[in-house]
Design a protein around this ligand. Structure first.
Ligand SMILES: Nc1ncnc2c1ncn2[C@@H]1O[C@H](COP(=O)(O)OP(=O)(O)OP(=O)(O)O)[C@@H](O)[C@H]1O
Length: 297
């Protein structure tokens, strides 16, 4: 990766993440994209290509616009400039070919809905009326729901009320919900947030398997890259109104991040292989309602 001298809001490089032998058209592509929200430019001139079946992490400090990037890909928020394509079409046009898991929801312990019902909402939650009990549509739904529950390893508890399951169990079922319509692109907003370390590792392994075995392209917003580091093909690192994109070993370096932030950044590797980024300035519009200031890489 080569990164030109940084100017505020500039993107150090245009990343062409697609392997030409694998796929002619990228699953996601951004060219000179920028986004404005509340009259403020969050990031600008972002370029990225994501190939089929790749696992991409979206990293950066609080409030930098990571979730907003997913909203742009979903077509909820139009880019202020540049071009954004998702599965060969404009964002928001690919329908059920895109699955989305929003930032963590919590379920009331008294909620009676079962895990299976939550997964079923991903199948028919947007349709008026339910298929008749004996219809072919219902059989197809039942088969697919069972399949995806099995895939995420939730068969043992999917019949229990969702509100009584652990955070990790709930998260697996929510991933199953996002997968039930067989999306080609899965957008996950901090699925590891508020999970303990073993559950982070288990959900990270699950997402890696979905990429490798199901061929689904995954873009995941993460606060800590470490649980997914060994599985990633690329990262998008947002900071200071710009982005660096590329393989993690080239992006998460002192040199690249110092250039992106415009200030000296250290990247340390611990004896167990974890990366620790030291010296990141605070994001200009940091919000701490959902996240604590500590615990960042
Ligand atoms: N609808 C909105 N109107 C105005 N400002 C918004 C809106 N949605 C988000 N923002 C602001 O845009 C900025 C980026 O928000 P976003 O949620 O994308 O950041 P993030 O990088 O995902 O943050 P975090 O890591 O804390 O989840 C924040 O300052 C946020 O307060």
């Amino acid at each position: 990766m080569t990164t030109p001298a940084r100017t505020p809001g500039a993107v150090p490089r245009q990343d062409t993440g697609t392997d030409p032998a694998r796929s002619a058209a990228p699953v996601v592509s951004l060219r000179g994209a920028s986004v404005r929200i509340g009259g403020r430019t969050l990031w600008s001139d972002v370029g990225l290509d994501v190939g089929a079946g790749q696992f991409v992490a979206i990293l950066g400090p609080n409030g930098v616009g990571k979730s907003t990037l997913l909203k742009v890909l979903l077509g909820v928020l139009p880019p202020a400039s540049g071009e954004v394509r998702v599965l060969g079409t404009a964002p928001g046009r690919a329908g059920q070919r895109v699955g989305y898991l929003p930032q963590r929801r919590s379920f009331d312990p008294s909620l009676r809905m079962r895990g299976l019902d939550i997964v079923r909402l991903g199948w028919d939650g947007d349709r008026w009326g339910l298929p008749l009990p004996w219809s072919a549509g219902r059989r197809d739904a039942g088969r697919r729901i069972a399949e995806v529950v099995e895939l995420v390893g939730a068969s043992g508890y999917a019949h229990r009320p969702i509100g009584r399951l652990s955070g990790g169990e709930q998260q697996r079922l929510l991933i199953a919900q996002a997968l039930v319509r067989r999306p080609e692109l899965l957008l996950l907003d901090e699925p590891l947030d508020s999970l303990d370390l073993p559950n982070q590792a288990a959900v990270a392994a699950l997402v890696g398997r979905i990429c490798r075995e199901e061929g689904v392209t995954v873009m995941m917003v993460a606060h800590d890259v470490n649980p997914i580091l060994s599985r990633l093909d690329r990262v998008v690192y947002l900071a200071e109104g710009g982005a660096v994109t590329g393989p993690p070993e080239r992006v998460i370096t002192a040199e690249t991040l110092s250039r992106l932030y415009g200030t000296p950044i250290e990247v340390l590797r611990t004896s167990d292989g974890r990366l620790v980024v030291v010296g990141q300035p605070e994001a200009p519009a940091r919000h701490t309602d959902r996240h604590t200031a500590g615990g960042r890489p």
